[in-house]
Design a protein. Structure first.
Length: 194
């Protein structure tokens, strides 16, 4: 389970911070220096990252994660799970209650929904690392992340302008499938509002 937590933190960072952030720059450097990178699912991701200008990459990040009006692939669960397609919807409140029950704070210093995709991955890593609570992590995946994650990642793959984010979404999709099987997770069904 330690590997699940490490990968959740890695992916969480890439889905939350811009690639140019100090934290992601350190992670990218570590990935590039991995001895078995060529055998890793991150090999193409690193190749695309190295072949994409920082300006184009940051523009894609802004469109996908910070856009104001028309975001092609909003990274918040409530946008897909609530009929009104709003952030801070009922699904966000359910996740907020779950996180409070497990004493997980996601205060980033900004007023933002806890159900942001990267933040949700950080919360899963925290549950596994700090609380050693695989049952709670399974509930987080089953009830709060996986009901919308695959749809979100497919949407991101469709609308990302760079192969960096398309590849990242594909890696994450495959990883979540593997986690679902490894942890025997039954995904709770909610109506999606694409």
């Amino acid at each position: 389970m330690h590997n699940i937590a490490i990968t959740a933190r890695l992916l969480g960072s890439f889905f939350y911070f811009p690639m140019s952030s100090d934290h992601n720059q350190l992670l990218l450097k570590e990935l590039r220096e991995c001895e078995d990178l060529s055998e890793s699912p991150f090999a193409d991701f690193i190749k695309h990252y190295q072949n994409t200008s920082q300006e184009v990459l940051y523009s894609d990040y802004q469109s996908l994660f910070e856009g104001c009006d028309n975001m092609p692939a909003p990274p918040w669960g409530s946008v897909y799970l609530d009929r009104e397609k709003v952030i801070f919807g009922d699904s966000t409140l359910r996740l907020r209650s779950f996180l409070a029950l497990h004493k997980i704070e996601t205060d980033t210093g900004m007023r933002e929904p806890e159900d942001q995709f990267g933040l949700s991955l950080f919360a899963a890593a925290h549950l596994i690392e700090k609380q050693q609570s695989l049952d709670a992590a399974a509930v987080l995946f089953a009830e709060h992340l996986l009901p919308w994650a695959f749809h979100y990642l497919d949407t991101l793959i469709t609308h990302a302008q760079t192969d960096v984010y398309k590849t990242l979404a594909t890696i994450c999709r495959d990883w979540l499938e593997a986690v679902k099987h490894a942890m025997h997770i039954e995904i709770k069904h909610y109506q999606l509002y694409p």
